[in-house]
Design a protein around this ligand. Structure first.
Ligand code: FES
Ligand code: FES
Length: 156
């Protein structure tokens, strides 16, 4: 039996403590220990993007990385994107453009979209599709997702 250790994670602006095995993934730390279930587990193998979160502003697949590696960094999940009751512009754009159907992929799409715009990878529809291609949508909402991300890119 592996020992349990104490991890300190800065999530959505607050330092949170997790008592877990050192090999816990960032995704499981968020969902199972911190009850932040907005971050979804699709494949658990880096292939669907449902688990996308931002770490120091960069998007990562949280299923592929250990929580312990991200102590001292700023982790942002979908729960931390809105400012009080004001939605993030990317959330507003997804609503406006119907960028979701079942919603399962949506938290990951939104965080990936935020990063995509910040990276400067949403300057054309084609570029946006390419740089959002790590986020799969079984419902096929891709045209609406691209429309949402492109709108935010056009305003920033
Ligand atoms: Fe992480 Fe699919 S759950 S990429
Ligand atoms: Fe259903 Fe994307 S909205 S998987």
């Amino acid at each position: 039996v592996e020992g349990v250790s104490t991890l300190r994670l800065n999530v959505n602006g607050a330092v949170r403590t997790v008592q877990a095995e050192p090999r816990v993934t960032l995704l499981d730390a968020l969902r199972e220990y911190l009850d932040l279930t907005g971050t979804k587990k699709g494949c658990d193998h880096g292939q669907c993007g449902a688990c996308t979160v931002l770490v120091d502003g960069k998007r990562i697949n949280s299923c592929l990385t250990l929580a312990v590696m991200h102590q001292g960094k700023q982790i942002t999940t979908i729960e931390g994107l809105a400012q009080g009751d004001k939605l993030h512009p990317m959330q507003e754009a997804f609503l406006k453009h119907d960028g979701f159907q079942c919603g399962y992929c949506t938290p990951g799409q939104i965080l990936s979209g935020v990063a995509c715009v910040q990276e400067g990878h949403a300057t054309t529809d084609e570029q946006c599709r390419e740089w959002m291609s790590g986020n799969l949508c079984r419902c096929g909402a891709y045209p609406n997702i691209v429309a949402a991300v492109r709108e935010v890119a056009g305003k920033s």
